[in-house]
Design a protein around this ligand. Structure first.
Ligand code: DQA
Length: 156
């Protein structure tokens, strides 16, 4: 069965109370339960949040070793972490899917958010749909696996 790591970067444990006018009121726990419901029995899914760049990079290395697809909200690291970018490149270079997600649409915000150093090495990017950005990313991974009822463990 395919495995998906959902990794959240810095400050995202504050979702729910952090700038709700920008990020909405869903908490990380709400996002986790929506994704668990969507994954049902078709995927194994795990969740991590860290404010620490090195820890996030370690999680991506583990995803490569574990052959795990990744849904990543790199948060502020999006805009400047070349180290995180290189770790993301390891994931996609291993033939795994890595979807960069954002709750907000960074392109509609401050100029420093317009650049992502991650996007060029991601499989794809979903931004601007609040907590649904994560659900859309998971739907895409499920679809790449051959759909919800497809129990093929040879395709990753
Ligand atoms: C974010 C957008 C980033 O610019 C910001 O630093 C975040 C959250 C988003 O999900 O919209 O922390 O990644």
């Amino acid at each position: 069965m395919a495995h998906v790591l959902v990794a959240h970067g810095p400050n995202l444990q504050r979702l729910g109370s952090r700038e709700p006018e920008i990020y909405g009121t869903a908490t990380l726990a709400d996002i986790e339960s929506a994704l668990r419901a969507r994954a049902s029995d078709s995927l194994e899914i795990s969740f991590e949040q860290t404010d620490d760049e090195a820890t996030l990079i370690g999680l991506l290395h583990h995803a490569v070793d574990n052959q795990s697809h990744v849904i990543l909200n790199p948060a502020a690291f999006t805009h400047y972490s070349y180290a995180l970018r290189d770790a993301c490149a390891l994931v996609t270079g291993a033939g795994l899917t890595l979807i960069e997600v954002h709750l907000s649409n960074p392109h509609a915000r401050e100029e420093f958010r317009h650049q992502s150093v991650i996007s060029a090495v991601a499989t794809g990017v979903i931004a601007g749909f609040g907590a649904d950005s994560y659900v859309l990313a998971l739907d895409q991974i499920i679809s790449l696996q051959g759909g919800p009822s497809h129990g093929n463990n040879e395709r990753h």
